[in-house]
Design a binder for this molecule. Structure first.
Ligand code: TRP
Length: 334
């Protein structure tokens, strides 16, 4: 049986991925390349749904790709590419947008959240149709499974609805994708406000650990992470969200269970615990930072890897899109 295909995407909108991205997504991506036919896309078309500086976007796309490879994606084992290199994404998004009800699109809660933040008048039509572009990403590659977090569930549901609608109206064309559910993915919170998840949009810099961050800065942020009034090192989501978050990070990066760590640090005090945790985080991220920096220093090689990824992606995308054009009734162009 051929391996199931997975597809996932990440936006190139930061100077570094953060620990939440790493533990919540990238690590799963690396594991999935061993068991699946994996396609991973740096979604620069999605990035421009909010204003981007062109030079910065180019830079961040390279940074994103370098981190993906540095974190362990292997160009021999999976396909890594940049969305804008494959024009079929935008083309399929158009076709799918013509199958999407205005009311249906209006129900997407992520748009409502983001539009509320920027002010409804500032939000672009591209931001509104973002989930349709995401559906195009997934469907172009005949994806079986999409590893996505809770916040992307609704977009995956829309993707499934659009695939089924197209297939019903025009004949079987798309694989209808399902979620890839990761058993115990570590949910990482902001170091300063453990009630919110670590995220570029919601967190202050002090609340985030970046993958490409210097060790001294990582150590400082962890030593200043919020804890609680008592001194116990134990997980308790309600009473001790700060310490619980730190225990989760420690467990996720070290392989020890939270229970192991509670036993190991019983009576130790926050200082010693945080000191050890900082070293665990630094030694997990340092090799990724060093490798990413090495790759960023050789743009020609990075571009060569991206060209190879795009060639593989194009092969699948062009086949799907040729079928779509034919099914919807576009004249063949000769
Ligand atoms: N919307 C996703 C996010 O913000 C990124 C994304 C774009 C994506 N296209 C995708 C994720 C396709 C999975 C599949 O995380």
């Amino acid at each position: 049986m051929p391996a199931l295909r997975v597809f996932s995407g990440i936006q190139p909108t930061a100077d570094s991925f953060h620990l939440g991205n790493y533990l919540g997504a990238l690590r799963q991506w690396v594991a999935l390349q061993e068991t699946h036919d994996a396609f991973y896309c740096v979604v620069d078309l999605h990035a421009i749904t909010v204003p981007q500086d062109p030079a910065l976007l180019r830079r961040r796309s390279r940074i994103a790709v370098a981190q993906l490879f540095a974190a362990g994606l292997d160009p021999e084992r999976c396909t890594v590419f940049v969305q804008s290199h494959i024009p079929e994404h935008a083309e399929l998004a158009w076709v799918l947008s013509c199958l999407t009800g205005f009311g249906e699109a209006s129900r997407m809660v992520q748009f409502k959240d983001k539009a509320q933040k920027s002010g409804a008048d500032q939000a672009s039509v591209g931001l509104f149709t973002y989930p349709i572009l995401q559906a195009a990403d997934i469907l172009l590659y005949q994806t079986d499974q999409v590893p996505v977090g809770e916040d992307q569930r609704q977009h995956l549901e829309l993707t499934r609805d659009l695939a089924q609608r197209f297939n019903r109206r025009f004949g079987d064309t798309f694989v209808v994708p399902g979620p890839y559910i990761v058993a115990d993915v570590a949910k990482i919170s902001d170091l300063q406000d453990p009630s919110v998840k670590m995220s570029k949009s919601a967190s202050a810099p002090q609340g985030i650990v970046d993958v490409l961050e210097e060790p001294a800065s990582i150590r400082r942020k962890i030593s200043r992470a919020v804890t609680d009034l008592d001194t116990d090192i134990r997980a308790d989501e309600q009473a001790k969200p700060g310490v619980t978050n730190l225990l989760r990070i420690y467990a996720a990066l070290s392989g020890a269970s939270v229970a192991d760590l509670e036993a190991r640090y019983a009576g130790a005090g926050y200082g010693a615990f945080k000191k050890d945790l900082a070293e665990v985080v630094v030694s997990a991220l340092a090799p990724i930072r060093e490798q990413a920096e090495k790759m960023l220093a050789d743009e020609a090689e990075l571009d060569r890897l991206l060209a190879a990824g795009a060639a593989r992606a194009r092969e699948v995308a062009s086949r799907t899109m040729a079928q779509v054009r034919d099914r919807v009734g576009f004249l063949a162009s000769r």
